[in-house]
Design a protein around this ligand. Structure first.
Ligand SMILES: Cc1cc2nc3c(=O)[nH]c(=O)nc-3n(C[C@H](O)[C@H](O)[C@H](O)COP(=O)(O)O)c2cc1C
Length: 494
């Protein structure tokens, strides 16, 4: 009854505040628990721009760093529970009957929170992180849970501690948000790595927030962000660097030059024999502040024969050679008698959080029809030879209609054929009309057909030029003129 009256009074208060257009809350960040709950209920604006919220309380920073990993991995919003009255070192000294001890001994203690979550309604999944205090969650977590309506939301607790397990600390919270769907929580030690958090979330099949992606359709190229949303939930850049013939220092400087020019997709393979150099270039670029790991997308492939006979070993070897944490995308390089077995091994690495997306390379309609029913995780990508003289106009729509992204290798015709293709009259003509190079026209033609491009080059000027594909558009007529150049002429054996 008391609670009902408080609710009613708060509603009246809220309405009068609204009528006065007085955003008093903006000046006083201290949010009373009941009013926070009511504000969240009263606020009907449902902005679905993000649906995961990582909430945490952290007195000494341990839980905070894990919460930051989780938010980053999940592309989620973050909310730190900040006490109105911050905890001093003295407050935290345990077994001194200090403030923290007293609060933990008093089940009705509800330390006040400064500020609040702006629009709790828009979140459907809440990660809730806290340190263990005397075997339980700090009482301020109770304050938080009693402040909002969690009906229908999923709550995933996690905690850090010296040694205690999560124990009853999470289950004892259930009664404070009865209508939430509580998942089993997990305890982490201080110093837990980002990879461990990533594995935990991937085991639970918690995918990155669809948030910003919600308006995005899988497989549709976004020319503003220069990315495409894969069916795995990850975004992939639509232009990158192919590294087939790059080795040693030349490879390292080409990759670094590409990253400096804004290239965010690097394509390699175990068969190229350059994964170590690529990994080194990426680590150097990260150390030099050119990019962050999460900003780039690295594709590698395992080869037929012994690689696919022992797929776990060969996949792990790629991870070890690249040495950049996870791999964004791994492909099977060609069909092989062991390809289904190798794909299933890649599926396990996805489940373990070591690979994010998987696919195939050099698979055509017949091979795909045979392969697809045998695997569990959908292919995110197929990479095949595609250029104006070998257009694969039957294969591309077949793949794209299945929600799989297509990537073309040899976009500029491949070794021994590039000058003929770049000099092609139709292409040179269109290039001249737009004031761009023939290479740019061909790459743009691919992008407009929904084909990701990975031209290879070690020349910094060419690498840069190959990224400048977004300031002009080919007309339908120009696209058709290039489409008419198809000769079904393969420039390699597979
Ligand atoms: C008042 C208090 C009580 C604690 N009780 C426990 C405990 O029962 N078991 C345990 O393993 N750690 C305990 N700890 C240690 C914290 O759980 C651990 O240091 C935690 O990682 C701190 O996280 P934070 O930096 O995010 O606040 C306690 C710490 C404090 C301040």
């Amino acid at each position: 009854m008391k609670r009902f009256t408080a609710f009613f009074l708060t509603l009246i208060l809220l309405f009068s505040l609204a009528a006065c257009s007085n955003r008093a809350g903006q000046e006083d960040t201290s949010l009373n628990t009941e009013s926070a709950k009511e504000e969240s209920i009263a606020n009907n604006e449902t902005d679905t721009s993000n649906n995961i919220l990582v909430v945490y309380f952290s007195a000494t920073g341990t839980t905070k760093s894990l919460a930051e990993y989780a938010a980053d991995i999940l592309n989620a919003d973050k909310y730190e529970i900040v006490p109105d009255d911050p905890y001093t070192e003295e407050d935290l000294a345990y077994y001194t009957n200090g403030r923290a001890d007293r609060e933990q001994n008093d089940s009705s203690a509800r330390p006040a929170i400064s500020g609040g979550v702006e629009n709790m309604q828009k979140y459907n999944t809440i990660l809730l992180g806290y340190p263990i205090w005397h075997g339980q969650a700090p009482r301020i977590i109770s304050t938080f849970l009693e402040s909002y309506d969690f009906s229908g939301k999923t709550i995933l607790p996690f905690c850090t501690s010296h040694s205690s397990d999560i124990g009853t600390s999470a289950t004892n919270l259930h009664s404070l948000a009865e209508n939430a769907n509580w998942l089993d929580g997990k305890r982490f030690a201080g110093g837990t790595t980002r990879e461990e958090i990533e594995r935990w979330l991937s085991d639970l099949e918690i995918k990155p927030s669809q948030a910003a992606n919600e308006q995005k359709q899988t497989g549709v190229f976004d020319f503003d962000t220069k990315t495409v949303l894969l069916n795995s939930g990850y975004e992939m850049p639509i232009n990158g660097l192919g590294t087939y013939s790059l080795h040693g220092d030349e490879c390292i400087s080409a990759v670094k030059s590409a990253l400096k020019s804004g290239v965010r997709l690097i394509d390699t393979a175990s068969a190229y024999g350059n994964e170590e150099e690529i990994g080194q270039a990426i680590r150097e670029a990260i150390d030099e502040g050119i990019v962050k790991r999460e900003e780039i997308f690295v594709i590698t492939k395992i080869y037929p024969g012994s690689d696919m006979q022992n797929p776990e070993e060969s996949i792990q070897a790629c991870l070890d050679r690249l040495n950049i944490g996870y791999i964004d995308m791994m492909l099977l390089h060609h069909p092989d008698p062991n390809d289904v077995k190798a794909y299933k091994a890649m599926e396990q690495f996805v489940k373990d959080g070591k690979i994010r997306s998987i696919g195939l390379s050099n698979w055509y309609v017949k091979e795909l029809e045979n392969f697809l029913p045998q695997v569990n995780i959908a292919l995110a990508l197929v990479q095949n030879e595609i250029h104006p003289y070998y257009q694969e106009n039957d294969v591309i729509p077949f793949i794209q209609e299945k929600g799989i992204v297509v990537e073309g290798w040899y976009p500029l015709g491949g070794r021994g054929h590039t000058s003929e293709l770049l000099g092609d009259e139709v292409i040179s003509d269109i290039a001249e009309a737009h004031g761009v190079s023939s290479a740019q026209v061909i790459l743009r033609w691919n992008l407009q057909k929904g084909v990701v491009v990975i031209p290879g080059s070690s020349n910094p000027d060419h690498i840069k030029e190959n990224t400048e594909l977004y300031h002009f558009t080919l007309s339908e007529d120009e696209m058709n003129r290039i489409n008419a150049l198809d000769r079904n002429e393969k420039h390699d054996w597979y």
